[in-house]
Design a protein around this ligand. Structure first.
Ligand code: G6P
Ligand code: ZN
Length: 583
């Protein structure tokens, strides 16, 4: 057995290590500065209670982006030096974010151990490569992201840190082959367990969904689908689940080999960045070769996000979670005994609210960030939740789950077609969505993103919008001067949330303008960017009249968009005449 020693290294605080909405994300060049990663990892160990570090087992893996391998070796050496007993690594350093959550919650090590938490190495949907982004976040024992109390402590630690511990003489571990490597240190043995990255997750999915009924749907000659992993880590799960377990054909998968730079693309599953999928589904500028598939889906770099498409049809994430919630009990075995409650993030449309009301379900509106759902799930009051930012999930884990969302949609399609898989015409994604609108009404919805704008200009824009809120009559005067065909603003505030479980309060979670007819304008600064500021503008309008739910979304929202841009003086503050991305 190889023995190692512990070295104490002097260090000094490095500015700017405050975790954002979902961990610390910076350019690779920033992460490669001497001690940058080391400081953050030590600050994290110091923020956790000692029993979650000394003698504990932790997971370390990620989406495989550039710098992951180097980071994993550093974290292994630091874990050893901090008294961690075992480190679990997905083969090749890969584990999707939902898989990390599943592994922390479900996996049992050879010696009967369970994980106390884990580092996830990803910058999610941000591009990867030597000049792009890297990221790191810590998930706790429940499999969910560290709560603010911990991330605040981590940050505070980074501002005072003066030492870190590392086992410099521990050799690099081969993370490409499965197996356990044992080392001997001052506190006894230290094991690195490299395991299959898909096993635990696949087992969990099989316990939630009826794979047989989905298999039948996929085998129908009338059904076809296309899954795009955008070269992120979802590819390894897609191959295993869609091909091996469900019998789909290899041609159904595109970009399913993980690459450290995501093939040079932006691994964000939306209409702008998932270009190839969008074109195949007949939603691109030019018409595709041949008939588009019936169903399409994409994932982001770490596979927690999803985009759902039908043939020539886009399902908004806000509609997606509402439709899953409305159909879950019948179509998904895991929910057969009913839903405990549902939740959405504040900027997500109110489509889910209408379902909750109709089905008499507990309902929660939380700030942006998946961590806010975790408390509700741990308290047993939320089964299904989702966000406009292409995140959907349930209480099977404590992260949003891209593949789960696809399986949920396939389950709904399979359920709706169960007596009809060989019939002339299948019930389609579009049919399901349109039926939903007919029953619950439609929330027209769009989001405008202004990426990488000057940070102080963004702050000024937001401050001006808050200032305006002090007089609703003045706001309505301005709006009347812009358009006469929108309703009056009846409420305007900055969203604030009091967690019903632990009582913690989160302030300044987005600026809201609420209109008398249920329409909303929301302005928020992104918490996940790595450079400058990103302004997000969310625009929503509710239509109950079934004869008006089939309009073109852009046409329906045009008046509100006009109001939003002029009210916020978007161009004046940012110098941008158009958003970077519209979803
Ligand atoms: C991450 C979190 C999500 C959140 C999103 C918001 O993906 O996991 O829960 O919705 O960030 O990103 P933003 O850039 O809008 O802060
Ligand atoms: Zn992600």
């Amino acid at each position: 057995m190889v023995l190692f020693t512990v070295t104490r290294k002097e260090t000094a605080p490095i500015q700017g290590q405050k975790p954002g909405t979902s961990g610390l994300r910076k350019k690779v060049t920033v992460f490669k500065q001497p001690n940058y990663l080391h400081n953050f990892v030590q600050a994290t160990f110091n923020a956790l209670s000692p029993d979650k570090v000394r003698g504990a087992t932790i997971v370390v893996s990620g989406d495989g982006r550039y710098f992951s391998e180097e980071a994993i070796q550093i974290i292994i050496k630091m874990a050893a030096a901090n008294g961690v007993k075992g480190v679990w690594v997905g083969q090749n350093g890969l584990l999707s974010t939902p898989a990390v959550s599943a592994v922390i919650r479900e996996r049992v090590g050879k010696d009967g151990s369970k994980a106390a938490g884990g580092f996830i190495l990803t910058a999610s949907h941000n591009p990867g490569g030597p000049h792009e982004d890297f990221g790191i976040k810590y998930n706790m024992e429940n499999g969910g992201p560290a709560p603010e109390g911990i991330t605040d402590k981590i940050y505070a630690n980074t501002t005072t840190i003066n030492e870190y511990f590392i086992a410099e003489d521990l050799p690099d571990v081969d993370i490409s082959s499965i197996g356990i490597t044992s080392f001997g240190g001052p506190d006894g043995s230290f094991d690195v367990d490299v395991f299959d990255a898909t096993d635990d997750y696949v087992k969990l999915m099989k316990s939630i969904f009826d794979f047989e009924i989905i298999k039948k749907l996929l085998a129908s000659p009338k059904f076809s689908f296309c899954y795009d992993a955008l070269h992120g880590v979802a590819g390894i799960y897609a191959k295993r689940i869609f091909l091996e377990e469900l019998g789909a054909s290899g041609s159904s998968l595109i970009n399913c080999t993980p690459k450290e730079d995501f093939g040079g693309g932006h691994p964000d599953p939306n209409l702008t960045y998932a270009k190839e999928l969008v074109a195949r589904l007949g939603l691109g500028k030019s018409s595709p070769e041949g008939e588009p598939p019936e169903f399409g889906a994409a994932a982001d770099g770490d596979a927690d996000r999803n985009m759902i498409l039908g043939k020539r049809f886009f399902v908004t994430p806000s509609d997606s979670v509402a439709i899953i919630a409305a159909n879950a009990v019948k179509a998904i075995p895991y929910f057969n005994s009913g839903l405990k409650g549902v939740a959405r993030s504040m900027p997500t449309s109110a489509a889910l609210d209408v379902v909750a009301k109709n089905l008499n379900l507990k309902f929660f509106e939380v700030p942006t960030g998946w961590k806010f759902f975790g408390n509700l799930m741990d308290a047993g009051v939320c089964s299904v939740c989702g966000e406009e930012s292409f995140g959907t999930g349930s209480d099977h884990i404590r992260e949003k789950d891209g593949i789960w969302a696809v399986l949920a949609w396939l389950s709904i399609l399979a359920y709706r077609n169960k007596d009809n898989v060989d019939g002339d015409k299948l019930v389609t994604v579009q049919d399901i969505v349109e039926e939903h609108w007919a029953t619950y009404g439609r929330h027209y919805y769009t989001r405008y993103d202004y990426e990488n704008v000057d940070a102080s200009a963004a702050k000024e824009l937001m401050a001006a919008l808050v200032k305006l809120q002090s007089s609703l009559s003045a706001v309505n005067e301005i709006i009347k001067g812009i358009r006469s065909d929108v309703a009056e603003v009846v409420e305007a505030d900055e969203f604030e949330y009091k967690d019903p479980v632990d009582g913690s309060v989160s302030k300044h979670q987005g600026i809201r303008y609420l209109f008398g007819d249920g329409s909303r304008l929301v302005f928020r600064l992104s918490g996940t960017g790595s450079e400058g500021a990103t302004i997000r503008l969310y625009i929503e309008q509710y239509e109950k009249d079934p004869s008006k739910t089939g309009r073109d979304s852009q046409d329906a929202l045009a008046p509100l968009v006009d109001v939003a841009l002029k009210l916020s003086k978007m161009e004046e503050f940012t110098g941008r005449s158009a958003p970077t991305v519209i979803t």
